[in-house]
Design a protein around this ligand. Structure first.
Ligand code: PGA
Length: 250
């Protein structure tokens, strides 16, 4: 049985002091649930302290992005080994904000995926269509291209354990959540694609999260769908109460 994974993507929110208080408050309210894994992804500047603060809790640490190079003249970039040195186990790759605001393409995401995997960081690989792509009937083509190109050259053994996150761009930060049926349809499509590209075994074992305006009120119904294995949460993870509410309802 696949685990449910609830990950909080803090985006560019919370300085060090704010990060410390949010983590303390998540820890105070957190309830351990057997089949639910909890991950937080604070900004780079808070990772080191976050790692110390969560060391006695059932919370794992993720970064929000990473460079595909090992080291050198890449001003402003952060490497996989730097993330590992501050306690990250996960890294979010290909988030739609990185794609649309910072020009990342499928090829960049593919290089990052390979670097994360070879560095033993678990990628949370994000894919999703824009509203225009959905309305023009291109949704499945776009998602298939993101999956094929993002995973190009990655073997089944390398991909096993990685997390996928389906995040329709039109649902991110907009309050417009995909209906459980809409989300389930795409999750099943992605899982089937994994079966075609890899195997039934990999497809059945891969966690596919939903992301886009997830809140405590809609979490249970979304995560209750057969192919939805948790949530990648933006806005609602910035308050301990709503983040923990989602975990409780997962
Ligand atoms: P949201 O963001 O929950 O604020 O819609 C989700 C995400 O970007 O991962």
């Amino acid at each position: 049985m696949r685990k449910k994974v609830i990950a909080g993507n803090w985006k560019m929110n919370n300085d060090l002091n704010e990060s410390i208080s949010l983590i303390k408050s998540i820890k105070e309210n957190l309830v351990d649930r057997d089949n639910v894994k909890v991950i937080i992804a604070p900004p780079f500047t808070s990772l080191d302290r976050a790692s110390q603060l969560i060391s006695d809790a059932n919370i794992s640490l993720s970064a929000q992005n990473m460079c595909y190079e090992d080291s050198g003249a890449f001003t402003g970039a952060i490497s996989a080994s730097m993330l590992k040195s501050v306690g990250c186990e996960y890294v979010i790759l290909g988030h739609s904000e990185r794609r649309t605001l910072f020009g990342e393409n499928n090829g960049d995401v593919n290089k990052k995926m390979k670097k994360a995997i070879s560095s033993e960081l678990t990628p949370i690989f994000c894919i999703g269509e824009t509203l225009e792509e959905r309305e023009s009937g291109e949704m499945k083509n776009v998602i298939e291209k993101q999956v094929r190109e993002g995973l190009d050259g990655i073997s089944e053994a390398e991909l096993s354990g990685a997390i996928l996150a389906y995040e329709p761009v039109w649902a991110i930060g907009t309050g417009k959540v995909a209906t459980p049926d809409q989300a389930q349809e795409v999750h099943a499509f992605i899982r089937n694609l994994l079966k075609e590209l890899y195997s039934e075994n990999l497809a059945n074992n891969t966690v596919i999260q939903y992301g886009g305006s997830v809140k405590p009120e809609n979490a249970a119904e979304l995560i209750g769908q057969p192919d939805i294995d948790g949530a990648l949460v933006g806005g609602a993870c910035l308050k301990a109460e709503s983040f923990v509410g989602i975990i409780k309802n997962a």
